[in-house]
Design a protein around this ligand. Structure first.
Ligand code: ADP
Ligand code: ZN
Length: 227
Protein backbone atom coordinates (compact mmCIF):
# COMPACT_ATOMS: atom_id res chain seq x y z
CA UNK A 1 0.00 0.00 0.00
CA UNK A 2 1.33 3.41 -0.89
CA UNK A 3 1.71 6.21 1.62
CA UNK A 4 -0.32 9.43 1.45
CA UNK A 5 2.27 12.21 1.59
CA UNK A 6 0.04 15.26 1.67
CA UNK A 7 0.94 18.96 1.65
CA UNK A 8 -1.77 21.50 2.50
CA UNK A 9 -1.11 24.88 0.92
CA UNK A 10 -3.16 28.00 1.45
CA UNK A 11 -3.15 31.36 3.21
CA UNK A 12 -3.58 31.81 6.98
CA UNK A 13 -7.27 31.43 7.76
CA UNK A 14 -7.99 29.11 4.82
CA UNK A 15 -8.96 26.31 7.20
CA UNK A 16 -5.85 24.19 6.62
CA UNK A 17 -5.55 23.15 10.25
CA UNK A 18 -9.13 21.87 10.60
CA UNK A 19 -9.01 20.00 7.31
CA UNK A 20 -5.53 18.62 7.95
CA UNK A 21 -6.73 17.25 11.28
CA UNK A 22 -9.73 15.51 9.66
CA UNK A 23 -7.65 13.98 6.87
CA UNK A 24 -4.96 12.79 9.24
CA UNK A 25 -7.56 11.09 11.43
CA UNK A 26 -9.34 9.51 8.44
CA UNK A 27 -6.10 8.04 7.09
CA UNK A 28 -4.56 7.18 10.46
CA UNK A 29 -1.46 9.25 9.71
CA UNK A 30 0.06 12.15 11.67
CA UNK A 31 -0.68 15.81 11.01
CA UNK A 32 2.50 17.81 11.17
CA UNK A 33 1.85 21.50 11.81
CA UNK A 34 4.97 23.63 12.00
CA UNK A 35 2.86 26.42 13.58
CA UNK A 36 1.77 24.06 16.39
CA UNK A 37 5.30 22.74 16.87
CA UNK A 38 6.64 26.32 17.12
CA UNK A 39 3.87 27.38 19.54
CA UNK A 40 4.63 24.32 21.70
CA UNK A 41 8.32 25.25 21.67
CA UNK A 42 7.42 28.80 22.74
CA UNK A 43 5.20 27.50 25.55
CA UNK A 44 7.88 25.06 26.72
CA UNK A 45 10.57 27.77 26.59
CA UNK A 46 13.02 25.68 24.56
CA UNK A 47 15.86 27.31 22.64
CA UNK A 48 13.89 27.20 19.39
CA UNK A 49 10.88 28.61 21.25
CA UNK A 50 12.84 31.57 22.59
CA UNK A 51 14.18 32.22 19.11
CA UNK A 52 10.76 31.91 17.43
CA UNK A 53 8.50 33.85 19.80
CA UNK A 54 9.18 37.40 18.63
CA UNK A 55 9.13 36.34 14.97
CA UNK A 56 5.77 34.53 15.27
CA UNK A 57 4.30 37.46 17.22
CA UNK A 58 5.26 39.85 14.44
CA UNK A 59 3.72 37.57 11.79
CA UNK A 60 7.03 36.97 10.08
CA UNK A 61 8.54 33.64 9.08
CA UNK A 62 10.91 31.69 11.25
CA UNK A 63 14.17 31.01 9.40
CA UNK A 64 14.17 28.27 6.77
CA UNK A 65 17.04 26.42 8.46
CA UNK A 66 15.18 26.11 11.77
CA UNK A 67 11.87 25.00 10.25
CA UNK A 68 13.48 22.61 7.78
CA UNK A 69 15.38 21.04 10.70
CA UNK A 70 12.12 20.58 12.64
CA UNK A 71 10.39 18.88 9.70
CA UNK A 72 13.40 16.75 8.80
CA UNK A 73 13.52 15.42 12.34
CA UNK A 74 9.78 14.78 12.39
CA UNK A 75 9.83 12.93 9.06
CA UNK A 76 12.59 10.66 10.35
CA UNK A 77 10.18 9.14 12.87
CA UNK A 78 8.57 5.76 12.23
CA UNK A 79 4.95 6.90 12.36
CA UNK A 80 5.15 8.63 8.95
CA UNK A 81 5.76 5.41 7.05
CA UNK A 82 2.11 5.27 5.92
CA UNK A 83 2.13 8.98 5.18
CA UNK A 84 1.61 12.39 6.78
CA UNK A 85 -0.31 15.62 6.41
CA UNK A 86 1.93 18.68 6.37
CA UNK A 87 0.13 21.83 7.53
CA UNK A 88 2.02 25.14 7.32
CA UNK A 89 5.11 23.69 5.65
CA UNK A 90 6.54 24.41 3.14
CA UNK A 91 6.02 28.18 3.24
CA UNK A 92 8.94 29.27 1.04
CA UNK A 93 10.49 27.96 -2.17
CA UNK A 94 13.64 27.01 -0.22
CA UNK A 95 11.48 24.91 2.16
CA UNK A 96 9.72 23.25 -0.80
CA UNK A 97 13.07 22.38 -2.38
CA UNK A 98 14.29 20.94 0.93
CA UNK A 99 11.10 18.85 1.20
CA UNK A 100 11.60 17.50 -2.31
CA UNK A 101 15.10 16.43 -1.29
CA UNK A 102 13.72 14.73 1.84
CA UNK A 103 11.13 12.90 -0.31
CA UNK A 104 13.70 11.50 -2.72
CA UNK A 105 12.60 7.92 -3.40
CA UNK A 106 9.33 8.25 -1.42
CA UNK A 107 5.79 8.26 -2.83
CA UNK A 108 5.02 11.51 -4.66
CA UNK A 109 3.72 14.49 -2.70
CA UNK A 110 0.01 15.18 -3.09
CA UNK A 111 -0.40 18.95 -2.92
CA UNK A 112 -3.73 20.67 -2.28
CA UNK A 113 -4.13 24.44 -2.30
CA UNK A 114 -7.11 25.82 -0.37
CA UNK A 115 -8.19 29.08 -2.01
CA UNK A 116 -10.00 31.85 -0.08
CA UNK A 117 -10.19 35.58 -0.99
CA UNK A 118 -8.32 38.02 1.22
CA UNK A 119 -11.27 39.92 2.73
CA UNK A 120 -12.77 36.65 3.94
CA UNK A 121 -9.42 35.60 5.46
CA UNK A 122 -9.15 38.83 7.43
CA UNK A 123 -12.70 38.41 8.73
CA UNK A 124 -12.05 34.82 9.79
CA UNK A 125 -8.71 35.48 11.48
CA UNK A 126 -9.96 38.46 13.45
CA UNK A 127 -12.98 36.56 14.78
CA UNK A 128 -11.49 33.13 15.42
CA UNK A 129 -10.77 31.80 18.89
CA UNK A 130 -8.59 28.85 19.82
CA UNK A 131 -8.81 26.44 22.75
CA UNK A 132 -6.15 27.08 25.36
CA UNK A 133 -5.93 23.37 26.22
CA UNK A 134 -6.27 21.42 22.96
CA UNK A 135 -5.67 24.07 20.27
CA UNK A 136 -8.98 23.47 18.47
CA UNK A 137 -10.38 26.43 16.51
CA UNK A 138 -13.81 27.89 17.31
CA UNK A 139 -15.95 30.54 15.64
CA UNK A 140 -14.83 32.81 12.83
CA UNK A 141 -13.79 30.07 10.48
CA UNK A 142 -17.16 28.46 9.85
CA UNK A 143 -19.28 31.59 10.08
CA UNK A 144 -21.16 30.18 13.09
CA UNK A 145 -21.49 31.80 16.49
CA UNK A 146 -18.53 31.40 18.84
CA UNK A 147 -19.34 29.01 21.68
CA UNK A 148 -18.42 29.89 25.28
CA UNK A 149 -16.03 26.93 25.64
CA UNK A 150 -14.19 24.43 23.46
CA UNK A 151 -16.61 21.96 21.87
CA UNK A 152 -14.01 19.19 22.01
CA UNK A 153 -12.64 19.43 25.54
CA UNK A 154 -14.51 22.24 27.31
CA UNK A 155 -11.29 24.28 27.58
CA UNK A 156 -11.10 28.07 27.72
CA UNK A 157 -11.18 29.89 24.35
CA UNK A 158 -8.62 32.61 23.76
CA UNK A 159 -7.48 34.73 20.84
CA UNK A 160 -4.14 33.66 19.37
CA UNK A 161 -1.43 36.26 20.09
CA UNK A 162 -0.85 36.71 16.33
CA UNK A 163 -4.54 37.09 15.42
CA UNK A 164 -4.73 40.89 15.85
CA UNK A 165 -5.25 43.25 12.92
CA UNK A 166 -1.69 44.47 12.43
CA UNK A 167 -0.18 40.98 12.61
CA UNK A 168 -2.93 39.42 10.48
CA UNK A 169 -2.25 41.91 7.68
CA UNK A 170 1.48 41.24 7.97
CA UNK A 171 0.91 37.43 7.78
CA UNK A 172 -1.16 37.93 4.62
CA UNK A 173 1.58 40.11 3.07
CA UNK A 174 4.19 37.48 3.95
CA UNK A 175 1.93 34.80 2.47
CA UNK A 176 1.62 36.66 -0.85
CA UNK A 177 5.33 37.33 -1.04
CA UNK A 178 6.82 34.02 0.21
CA UNK A 179 4.20 31.25 0.06
CA UNK A 180 1.90 32.00 -2.89
CA UNK A 181 4.83 31.37 -5.31
CA UNK A 182 4.59 27.73 -4.19
CA UNK A 183 1.37 27.39 -6.19
CA UNK A 184 3.48 28.02 -9.27
CA UNK A 185 6.20 25.70 -7.93
CA UNK A 186 3.77 22.77 -7.61
CA UNK A 187 0.97 23.45 -10.09
CA UNK A 188 2.51 21.63 -13.06
CA UNK A 189 2.64 18.37 -11.09
CA UNK A 190 -0.11 15.81 -11.85
CA UNK A 191 -0.66 15.44 -8.08
CA UNK A 192 -1.59 19.13 -7.54
CA UNK A 193 -5.21 20.24 -6.97
CA UNK A 194 -6.81 23.47 -5.83
CA UNK A 195 -9.93 23.56 -3.67
CA UNK A 196 -12.51 26.31 -3.06
CA UNK A 197 -12.05 27.10 0.63
CA UNK A 198 -15.07 29.42 0.89
CA UNK A 199 -17.47 26.45 1.03
CA UNK A 200 -18.78 25.09 4.34
CA UNK A 201 -16.15 23.00 6.19
CA UNK A 202 -17.94 19.70 5.35
CA UNK A 203 -17.99 20.60 1.64
CA UNK A 204 -14.31 21.54 1.70
CA UNK A 205 -13.66 18.18 3.39
CA UNK A 206 -15.51 16.23 0.65
CA UNK A 207 -13.80 18.22 -2.08
CA UNK A 208 -10.45 17.30 -0.51
CA UNK A 209 -11.36 13.61 -0.30
CA UNK A 210 -12.35 13.66 -4.00
CA UNK A 211 -9.16 15.48 -5.01
CA UNK A 212 -6.97 13.05 -3.07
CA UNK A 213 -8.79 10.04 -4.58
CA UNK A 214 -8.27 11.46 -8.05
CA UNK A 215 -4.55 11.89 -7.72
CA UNK A 216 -3.68 9.15 -5.25
CA UNK A 217 -5.98 6.27 -6.18
CA UNK A 218 -8.22 6.59 -3.14
CA UNK A 219 -7.91 6.09 0.62
CA UNK A 220 -6.68 2.77 2.06
CA UNK A 221 -9.24 0.02 1.51
CA UNK A 222 -11.21 1.88 -1.15
CA UNK A 223 -11.32 -0.36 -4.22
CA UNK A 224 -13.37 2.21 -6.07
CA UNK A 225 -10.68 4.82 -5.86
CA UNK A 226 -7.98 2.43 -7.00
CA UNK A 227 -9.44 1.58 -10.42
P1 ADP B 1 -1.52 30.42 10.15
O1 ADP B 1 -1.46 29.49 8.97
O2 ADP B 1 -2.84 30.51 10.80
O3 ADP B 1 -0.91 31.76 9.89
P2 ADP B 1 0.43 28.73 11.61
O4 ADP B 1 -0.04 28.17 12.88
O5 ADP B 1 0.63 27.80 10.46
O6 ADP B 1 -0.57 29.91 11.28
O7 ADP B 1 1.83 29.51 11.84
C1 ADP B 1 1.96 30.52 12.81
C2 ADP B 1 3.31 31.20 12.69
O8 ADP B 1 4.37 30.24 12.88
C3 ADP B 1 3.61 31.81 11.32
O9 ADP B 1 3.05 33.10 11.19
C4 ADP B 1 5.15 31.83 11.34
O10 ADP B 1 5.65 32.88 12.12
C5 ADP B 1 5.48 30.53 12.04
N1 ADP B 1 5.63 29.42 11.06
C6 ADP B 1 4.83 28.33 10.94
N2 ADP B 1 5.23 27.52 9.94
C7 ADP B 1 6.33 28.11 9.40
C8 ADP B 1 7.21 27.78 8.32
N3 ADP B 1 7.01 26.67 7.57
N4 ADP B 1 8.23 28.63 8.06
C9 ADP B 1 8.45 29.73 8.79
N5 ADP B 1 7.66 30.11 9.81
C10 ADP B 1 6.60 29.32 10.13
ZN1 ZN C 1 -10.22 22.15 23.59
Amino acid sequence: MSALNLVMLGPPGAGKGTQAERLARAHGIPRISTGDILREAVAAGTEIGRLAKAIVDRGELVGDGVVIGIVQERLDRDDVRRGFVLDGFPRTVAQAQALDRMMDGADPLVVVDIVVPEDELVRRLLTRMVCESCGATAGGMDGGATPANCRKCGGRLVQRSDDNKRVVLERLRVYLRETKPLVEYYSARPTFRSIDGTQAPDCVASALVRAIQEVDGGPPGSEEGRR
